[in-house]
Ligand binder design. Structure first.
Ligand SMILES: [Zn+2]
Length: 66
């Protein structure tokens, strides 16, 4: 489902400070690893679904896009 926030979403390269699970492949992202959480910057948008991608999925997503 497309939301009005889709256009302003971007992935922000981040060093994990805690464990996460990739929303694409379900693999663990370990603390200290680089991962790519989706962000909408400073926009206040309660309820908007933001995904977290591991580095591999992020790079694959960019390749698939367009
Ligand atoms: Zn992944």
């Amino acid at each position: 489902m497309a939301s009005k926030y889709d256009q302003i979403k971007f992935f922000k390269e981040t060093k994990a400070r805690d464990y996460h699970i990739c929303d694409n492949c379900g693999e663990w992202i370990n603390a200290g690893d680089i991962y790519f959480p989706e962000s909408i910057g400073k926009v206040n948008a309660p309820g908007v679904k933001l995904r977290k991608f591991c580095k591999e999925c992020y790079e694959n997503t960019l390749k698939i896009k367009d």
